[in-house]
Design a protein around this ligand. Structure first.
Ligand code: AMP
Length: 541
């Protein structure tokens, strides 16, 4: 027997429709890449998204066509999220920090028909245009006055001209909720990037899921600023969750440096933000240098890489800002877990609470998870046993776009994350490593993440990475690679001493090397494959 409730399909456009109707005067504020601040309301954002939808239809864009973006966090990128998906096409957000060869691969692989880009990327797209034959039209996300005098780009026009030619008043169509709405390629540190194709259903469910109080917790009382880019897993879903909840949205544009972020947070009254640890480490330094304080920021979500406990502690104690540690992947939309205390953990001591909150957290409803051993059997949730982390749920990838990868799913339908983790008896998951980064020393496993988290707690360390290097006796031993803070010094001996008594003896790094900078992926993670190449031939006695 079927239920007798309305079978209203979940659609992305229904989010902007809701915000335009019920939060019509709530603002979206964005820093324009071409200069200045732009400010308007959800009602106006809906109107312009509808103008965009009409423009796309006039250009012959059809259901399922891919429309690429090379853009920062701005109101125009927001309109693309809704305008493109709203007509049943696919908004393909491209990470401009990828290598040019990867960009060409991605654009050709997805066969983007249109490409919308910010003015910052003009020199880049001039080089891409001749080798991306599927792109029929390149659209500059600015007014016509910013168009170059000459260009090799087919059909080059300005976004503002495109919109100005269209009336609003478009009725968002209804269609199957499993229709694709957006596409994001993984950063691909080893293989070619692979596309994760989100559906309207997965996106709306994810937006609801991340809004929950124990997840990211969004409300109409919030002013939300995603610092995580809109080209990286849809800015963790915040451009959907903010209008869904009627929260004011603040988009920092190309200004991702600490001074620009701080200024915008203060002028717009940001209460809640989200981004990778690197952003917050830099911001902490900036706040300390100027003895600055936030007047409205209360919470931030940190994920994408392990959040060092020292960073969480400094934010709470020095800046009165709570960090929620969260874990996820492009393949999980991205939210999988978030670290929030349960009622029966409120009475723990401050140190015990900090230890729980430093973990990657509990499964959010919508993402089930388990850890398994090499034999595929589930391991106990005792906080000690560690194994491959598997996940499943309505916003977890089933397969990659045009790159069938059957091995990623187990026979019974779980996605292999490639992460190694423990789960404790209260359900808190902790990532030990990427499975490829775990160090195996004399049969024991050493977590590179634990050692990196400890290293960055040293005041002279700006960034740290740990990799396994060959050892005749133990097969592999940890090597610590460090970037020192400007103007600060620390010796290798002092650094090694810093670990004593803080980790098991066999986990202590064997050697320390100092470098000017560490290699990073396009999404800001430390590129360990490159680091292992840089230190190829290195061995410890
Ligand atoms: P991406 O798909 O580029 O977002 O990368 C996803 C990967 O980032 C995960 O599989 C993890 O290895 C890593 N990651 C994400 N969040 C965390 C976290 N909070 N702690 C440790 N690793 C994380």
């Amino acid at each position: 027997m079927q239920g007798l409730m309305m079978a209203e399909p979940l659609r992305v456009a229904s989010i902007i429709e809701h915000a335009a109707k019920w939060h019509s005067d709530t603002e979206i504020v964005s820093r324009r890449p071409e200069g200045g601040i732009h400010r308007y309301t959800y009602a106006e954002a809906n109107h312009r998204s509808q103008q965009l939808a009409r423009a796309l239809l006039a250009l012959g864009i059809e259901n399922g066509d891919r429309v690429g973006t090379l853009a920062w966090n701005t109101h125009r990128h927001f309109e693309l999220y809704y305008g493109v998906a709203g007509i049943g096409a696919v908004c393909h957000t491209i990470n401009p920090r990828l290598f040019p060869e990867q960009l060409v691969y991605i654009i050709n692989h997805s066969e983007d028909r249109l490409l919308f880009f910010d003015i910052t990327f003009l020199p880049l797209v001039e080089r891409l245009a001749p080798i991306c034959p599927t792109v029929e039209k390149w659209v500059l996300l600015a007014g016509p006055e910013h168009l170059p005098k000459e260009s090799v780009m087919p059909g080059l026009c300005s976004y503002e001209d495109l919109l100005a030619a269209q009336p609003g008043g478009y009725q968002w169509p209804s269609f199957d909720e499993n229709t694709a709405c957006s596409l994001c390629y993984t950063s691909g540190t080893t293989d070619q990037p692979k596309g994760v194709l989100y559906s309207h259903r997965s996106t709306v469910l994810h937006a609801l899921g991340i809004s929950l109080p124990d997840a990211l917790g969004c409300s109409s009382a919030d002013v939300i600023m995603p610092v995580v880019p809109m080209f990286h897993v849809n800015a963790w879903g915040l451009p959907y969750a903010a209008p869904l909840n009627g929260a004011k949205l603040v988009l920092p544009g190309a200004g991702m440096d600490s001074a620009s972020l701080f200024e915008l947070m203060e002028t717009e009254g940001v209460t809640f933000s989200a981004g990778v640890p690197t952003i917050w480490l830099a911001l902490l330094q900036f706040m300390r240098e100027g003895q600055r304080r936030f007047s409205t920021l209360r919470r931030t979500v940190v994920g994408g890489s392990s959040c060092p406990p020292a960073l969480m502690k400094a934010f709470v104690e020095e800046l009165s800002v709570t960090i929620t540690h969260a874990w996820g992947m492009t393949e999980t939309s991205p939210l999988g877990t978030a670290s929030r205390l349960k009622a029966n953990q409120q009475g723990l001591s401050a140190d015990e609470k900090a230890a729980v909150l430093a973990k990657q957290g509990r499964a959010v409803f919508g993402v089930d998870m388990k850890i398994v051993g090499d034999d595929g059997q589930a391991l106990p949730h005792d906080g000690v046993a560690f194994g491959d982390l598997l996940v499943r749920g309505p916003w977890v990838v089933r397969d990659y776009f045009r790159t069938p990868t059957p091995g990623e799913l187990t026979a019974d339908g779980w996605f292999r994350t490639g992460d190694v983790a423990t789960v404790d008896p209260t359900g808190f998951m902790q990532i030990t490593d990427r499975s490829k980064d775990v160090i195996k020393s004399g049969g024991e496993w050493i977590s590179s993440i634990d050692l990196e988290n400890l290293a960055v707690a040293h005041p002279a360390v700006a960034e740290a990475a740990v990799i396994g290097v060959p050892s005749a006796r133990w097969s592999e031993r940890p090597l610590l690679v460090i970037v020192r803070r400007p103007g600060m010094d620390v010796s290798a001996e002092e650094m090694l001493g810093f670990f004593r008594g803080k980790v098991a003896k066999f986990c202590e790094p064997d050697a320390v090397e100092f470098v000017e900078q560490l290699p990073h992926t396009a999404t800001g993670k430390i590129l360990k494959t490159q680091l292992r190449k840089d230190f190829a031939g290195y061995s410890v006695a």
